[in-house]
Design a protein around this ligand. Structure first.
Ligand code: 13P
Length: 271
């Protein structure tokens, strides 16, 4: 059974002085069974968030990591520096692809570093509006997944807990979202690529999240889809009330999945 994951991408918001309070409010507002909660603040706020959510079952992630473990890379952050601060990392977010020139090949190297360092990766993919309008959204996203996973074996991807976030670029920060059906179709396309890499096991095991203008009001449209396993939330993740609604809806899906799973398990023996 795949976990239901709600990951907060705080982007370039909060300071070390205010991040802890916000994280504590979100943790308190989202105490729901069965949902994996992750907060990804800016690097400088990782320590404040880690302290604030200690004992709350909320996990902490970075928004990026360099592909080398150390070296002459001014201004960069290496995986060993995150030890004790973060257990997850977002890779290849479209804002980094746009602003820092990250390509699938770069994301691939970062993914290798994350896996080698025990950071659970959330690899982001998503098409531009012109790709969707031209009917090539699935081809573009499939190629991104292939490029990001190139050369990696299913075993290490499974062991590393790979998560993929489908974030259509035109839906990020715009208030527009993909439809649940379109997101589910894209999730199926992503799983088809995962099946190329590692047969059915990888395709079945990897959580696929939707991201792009997710709010408490619209998250249900995605979570009702069996192939969507949660959300990567931007703007709304800075608002405890929104996060409370999003995680509460995610808990409904997590509970329903647990019931189906329990019912499909063979009985322990004769009654
Ligand atoms: P918004 O939820 O603000 O659209 O951002 C989505 C996103 O980029 C999450 O990584």
């Amino acid at each position: 059974m795949r976990p239901v994951v709600i990951a907060a991408n705080w982007k370039m918001h909060t300071t070390p002085a205010d991040a802890g309070e916000l994280a504590a409010s979100i943790a308190a507002a989202t105490r729901q069974p069965g949902v994996v909660r992750v907060i990804c603040p800016p690097f400088l706020s990782l320590e404040a968030v880690r302290r604030a959510v200690a004992g709350e079952g909320v996990e902490v992630g970075a928004q990026n990591v360099h592909h080398e473990a150390s070296g002459a890379y001014t201004g960069e952050i290496a995986a060993p520096m995150l030890a004790g601060l973060a257990t997850w990392v977002i890779l290849g977010h479209s804002e980094r692809r746009r602003d820092a020139g990250e390509t699938d090949a770069v994301v691939n190297r970062k993914l290798q570093r994350a896996l080698a360092s025990g950071l659970r990766p959330i690899v982001c993919v998503g098409e531009q509006l012109e790709d969707r309008d031209a009917g090539r959204a699935e081809a573009v996203v499939s190629a991104q997944v292939r490029g990001c996973l190139a050369g990696l074996d299913a075993e290490s991807l499974l062991a590393g807990g790979l998560v993929i976030a489908y974030e259509p670029v035109w839906a990020i920060g715009t208030g527009r979202t993909a439809s649940g059906a379109d997101a589910a179709a894209m999730s199926a396309a992503i799983r088809a690529v995962l099946a190329e890499v590692g047969a059915g096991t990888l395709a079945d095991a990897v959580p696929v999240l939707y991201g792009g203008s997710v709010t408490a009001a619209n998250v249900g449209e995605f979570l009702v889809e069996p192939s969507i396993d949660g959300a990567l939330v931007g703007g709304a993740s800075l608002k405890p009330d929104e996060m409370a609604g999003i995680v509460a809806r995610a808990a409904v899906t997590a509970t329903a999945r647990a019931v189906v799973e329990a019912a499909s398990r063979p009985a322990d023996g004769p009654a």
